[in-house]
Design a protein around this ligand. Structure first.
Ligand code: FMN
Length: 184
């Protein structure tokens, strides 16, 4: 799979870290882009991100990357975490950065675009932008962890969100708690 991961300046750097930890970067071609504010949030929340070998990193001010053109035929883009600022700029069609242009391309090419926003509460502009993006074909997975699977540690809690991202990418998420009928 050819995959673009983008991090923006919303809280939740741990989701990106866990996604990177759990992706098989030898099997998949993984590209990573940070917005300026994403770097600040990573610093505040994690200190440093551990990027697995093989992941290709790019700046957010270049058009010299393959995935800003539909001709490159990537499979999916995940923006995690996704700020409401980036979400709004994608909804408005401003493709003046690598992340925004790539998102624009994934939508126009009808490729999978997953947005993992984190904000609370929402204002009406946030809600309207989410609707616009869903109408355009984006998949919006709010960073809303679940607890019914018994998650306790920060990593387990973050993984309840990352499991859903992996599911949307049709990638394996071994150990994921899946709800089922009681057996007895
Ligand atoms: C520590 C920190 C946490 C933030 N958390 C959020 C957040 O959870 N959601 C959000 O939409 N913006 C959040 N912001 C604000 C965004 O970083 C800001 O709106 C920025 O302009 C987003 O730009 P970007 O989308 O290009 O990264 C946070 C900023 C900082 C410094």
């Amino acid at each position: 799979m050819k995959l673009v991961l983008a991090a923006t300046g919303a809280s939740g750097a741990i989701y990106l870290q866990r996604l990177l930890d759990r992706l098989d970067t030898r099997e998949h071609e993984v590209h990573l882009v940070f917005s300026t504010y994403a770097k600040q949030v990573v610093h505040e929340e994690l200190g440093q991100l551990v990027v697995p070998e093989g992941v290709r990193q790019h700046g957010d001010k270049t058009m010299n990357v393959p995935f800003v053109s539909g001709s490159a035929r990537f499979d999916a883009m995940v923006i995690v975490p996704c700020s409401m600022g980036t979400l709004g700029r994608i909804a408005a069609g401003t493709s003046d950065s690598t992340i925004l242009r790539a998102a624009d391309v994934f939508l126009k090419e009808r490729r999978k675009l997953l947005l993992v926003p984190r904000e609370m509460p929402w204002n009406l502009i946030h809600a309207r932008n989410v609707v616009t993006l869903m109408e355009a074909g984006a998949i919006v997975l709010p960073a809303s962890p679940s607890f019914y699977g018994g998650a306790e540690t920060l990593t387990q809690i973050a993984d309840t969100v990352v499991d859903r991202i992996l599911d949307q990418l049709d990638l394996p998420s071994p150990g994921m708690f899946r709800w089922k009928e009681p057996t007895d």
